[in-house]
Design a protein around this ligand. Structure first.
Ligand SMILES: [Fe+2]
Length: 308
């Protein structure tokens, strides 16, 4: 079940007489699998899900990111989930070493500004520098990004207050996809969990999406992954993703799939003729999701557009 209320954002900005509207903006609410009032359920975690930050030196992006962060902090979150594409891009053939180091240096400086929060990140397709002069170069490929993001491995899992979190690496052959090694690991990781365990799975590419129908970008191995999930009807599985810079929600075989927009919108730019608002990508404004996770395995996903 879901309810979506798109904010009349510009009108609100006008009414309030503000150039910048922070938490006053009505969120886009996507409530998964339970429409009971939040007060009837015990909330155990509040998470900020940011994705596609695409940090870059241009367009004042670092300062605009800092302003977003101040808004996010007001939600009193427990930790961050970062859905990948943390930097603008390292993956193009013409990217030089100093461009890669410049982008990650900005990210590290920003990250130091909120180091009191834990952040669990996944790899985005634009994060890796494949054009390094050699595969032995310390900055080549995924290992360097794993270090920059401070994560244990390109895929991993962890537990918090009864919820199990799985972070996947979608960046494999025929992306988005899981490689063989990761498939085996995922199957084992799910098999080990007790019945009833609530699960939140984060990948960069959507495992299943709605916006991927017109725009592409879906996991190419969705059939395999959804069949794995189907073997676990006793568990409550939810998936979040980025990559699309679009907001959508799909439900299939009782699994919820949320594609949570992007923090950078139109890569911090003003947009194009298809942008429904300044800085938007298509009909999705830049923003972040605040996710409330409940003890009974339900969750509520609210997307907060930002206007920076
Ligand atoms: Fe992206």
């Amino acid at each position: 079940m879901k309810t979506i209320h798109y904010p009349k954002r510009r009108l609100l900005i006008k009414q309030l007489g503000l150039g910048v509207v922070a938490s006053a903006v009505t969120p886009v609410t996507i409530a998964a699998n339970d429409v009971r009032n939040s007060n009837e359920r015990k909330k155990v975690l509040r998470i900020a899900n940011i994705t596609d930050v695409h940090i870059r030196p241009e367009l004042n992006a670092p300062n605009r990111f800092k302003k977003c962060l101040e808004d996010i902090k007001k939600h009193e979150i427990d930790f961050f989930l970062n859905g990948g594409d943390t930097i603008l891009a390292a993956d193009y053939n013409d990217i030089k070493r100093n461009r890669v180091t410049d982008q990650w240096a900005i990210w590290q400086e920003l990250r130091n500004g909120f180091s009191e929060y834990k952040m669990y990140s996944c790899l985005g397709n634009h994060d890796m520098w494949w054009a390094a002069p050699s595969k032995n170069d310390s900055m080549y490929g995924k290992d360097y990004v794993v270090k920059q993001l401070g994560i244990p491995k390109r895929y991993y899992s962890f537990d918090k207050v009864g919820w199990h979190f799985i972070v996947l690496d979608s960046n494999n052959e025929n992306a988005g996809s899981l490689d063989y090694e990761q498939r085996i690991w995922l199957e084992n990781d799910l098999d080990k969990l007790p019945a009833g365990t609530p699960i939140l799975i984060m990948s960069h590419y959507p495992i299943l999406g709605v916006s991927t129908i017109p725009y592409g970008g879906n996991h190419t191995d969705s059939k395999y992954i959804t069949k794995i999930f189907y073997k676990h009807p006793d568990k409550k599985i939810n998936c979040i993703s980025g990559h699309m810079h679009l907001l959508d929600n799909a439900v299939y075989n009782n699994v919820n799939y949320f594609c949570n927009g992007s923090l950078s919108g139109f890569w911090w730019g003003e947009g194009d003729k298809e942008s429904a608002g300044k800085g938007w990508y298509q009909e999705t404004p830049p923003g972040y999701a605040i996710m409330d996770l409940f003890e009974d395995g339900t969750l509520q996903n609210n997307y907060y557009p930002h206007s920076y």
